[in-house]
Design a protein around this ligand. Structure first.
Ligand SMILES: [Zn+2]
Length: 322
C-alpha cells in the first residue's frame, strides 16, 4: 500500500467535515451492508445515490445520511442509498486525512469484468463484487465525490447525450467534465456494465461537490442528491432556484496523466482549472515532460501528493456549451 509521510499540521486544510459513526446504517434491507432500498410501489425509475466511493470524501456520507435520517421515500420508482467504501472511511486519521481515500485499490477504477471477475483480492474488490448487483440494478446513478483542492463543484460523466442532458437540466453545478474516451485509467462506477454503453437508457453522473473537508461541500452534496432525485420524479421539485449566474462551462477530458516516478512535480503550484498554452510545460516526471497538448489546456484535479501509479492530473479543454 503506497504511503506518504504525514503532512505538517500547517499544510492540512481546515477540517469542518469529519467522519461520523455509521454503524447504525450498516444493516440495510437488501442483505448487503450499508445498502438501503425504498420501493414506492409505483412505476418509475430505479435511482441509486451512492456515497463514499472514496473513503475520505465525506460529503456523500452527509447526503446519504440526510436522505436516511429524514425518512426519504420516493414518490415513484425505487430509491437505493448506498455507502460504498466504509472500510476505507473507517481508517480515517486526522493527521493523514488523504490516506483514507482507499485501502488498496481505487474503488472507482475497478468496475470492469477484468477486475470484478479476476483473481485479485482486496477490500475494495470484495466491496465492488458485493455492490455489483446494486449498481447494475439501477437505471440512474449519482456517485457523490469531492476534490482534494478547493475548486468549484462540477459534474463528471462519459460523453453520452443522456448524461449531458440530465446534468444541464439539473443546472447546478454549472461546470461539466465530459469524458469522450472514458477515464483512461480504469473503469469508474458510473461506467459499470450497461451504464457505460452508448445505447443504455440510464443516466450515470459523478458530482464533485468541492473540497473534501469543507462544510459547504456536504451541503452541496445534499442539494445534488435532492435535485437528482427530483429530476427523475422520485422527489418533489425543490423550490425554484435562482438562475445560475453563468451558463454551463463544459470541458472535455483529453488525457489522464498517471504518475510514473517519485520525482513527479508540477511546473507551478496548481489547484485545478488553471489553463496552459499549447506546448507549455505542466509537469515533469523524471525525464518525462508533460506539456499542454492544445491551446487553453485546462488542468483538473491535480494531485496534492504524487503517488506512483495514481492519477497526477487530468488535461482537458473547453468545449462549446450545448
Ligand atoms: Zn472521489
Amino acid at each position: 500500500m503506497p504511503h506518504h509521510p504525514a503532512m505538517t499540521v500547517s499544510s492540512l486544510p481546515p477540517m469542518e467535515l469529519l467522519p461520523r459513526d455509521l454503524s447504525s446504517y450498516r444493516r440495510g434491507n437488501t442483505g448487503i451492508d450499508y445498502v438501503h432500498r425504498f420501493d414506492s410501489g409505483r412505476p418509475g425509475p430505479h435511482v441509486l445515490i451512492n456515497a463514499l466511493t472514496h473513503g475520505n470524501e465525506f460529503c456523500g456520507m452527509v447526503a446519504a445520511c440526510h436522505l436516511l435520517d429524514t425518512g426519504v421515500r420516493p414518490l415513484c420508482g425505487t430509491l437505493t442509498v448506498s455507502f460504498a467504501n466504509v472500510a476505507a472511511y473507517e481508517s480515517f486519521e486526522p493527521e493523514r486525512p488523504f490516506d483514507s481515500r482507499q485501502l488498496v485499490h481505487n474503488l472507482n477504477r475497478v468496475w470492469s469484468p477484468a477486475w470484478l471477475d479476476g483473481a485479485e483480492d482486496s477490500p475494495e474488490l470484495r466491496r465492488a463484487r458485493e455492490l455489483r448487483p446494486v449498481v447494475a440494478a439501477a437505471d440512474h446513478v449519482l456517485d457523490i465525490h469531492s476534490t482534494s483542492q478547493d475548486v468549484p463543484p462540477f459534474w463528471v460523466y462519459p460523453a453520452f447525450a443522456r448524461n449531458g442532458a440530465a446534468a444541464l437540466a439539473i443546472g447546478e453545478p454549472a461546470v461539466h467534465l465530459v469524458m469522450p474516451q472514458g477515464l483512461g485509467s480504469g473503469t469508474p462506477l458510473i461506467q459499470h456494465g450497461a451504464h457505460g454503453e452508448p445505447g443504455h437508457h440510464g443516466v450515470a453522473l459523478v458530482v464533485e461537490c468541492g473540497q473534501h473537508f469543507q462544510a459547504a461541500t456536504g451541503r452541496r452534496a445534499v442539494r445534488a442528491a435532492l435535485d437528482f432525485l427530483a429530476h427523475f420524479g422520485l422527489l418533489p421539485r425543490p423550490e425554484p432556484q435562482p438562475a445560475p449566474a453563468a451558463p454551463a462551462r463544459r470541458y472535455e477530458l483529453l488525457q489522464t496523466v498517471v504518475v510514473q516516478t517519485p520525482a513527479f512535480a508540477f511546473a507551478r503550484p496548481l489547484v485545478g482549472f488553471e489553463t496552459f498554452d499549447a506546448g507549455e510545460l505542466i509537469a515533469t516526471d523524471g525525464t518525462l515532460e508533460i506539456r499542454a497538448p492544445c491551446a487553453d489546456c485546462t488542468v483538473l484535479m491535480p494531485t496534492r501528493q504524487p503517488i506512483v501509479g495514481r492519477e497526477g492530473v487530468y488535461l482537458a479543454r473547453p468545449i462549446d456549451s450545448a
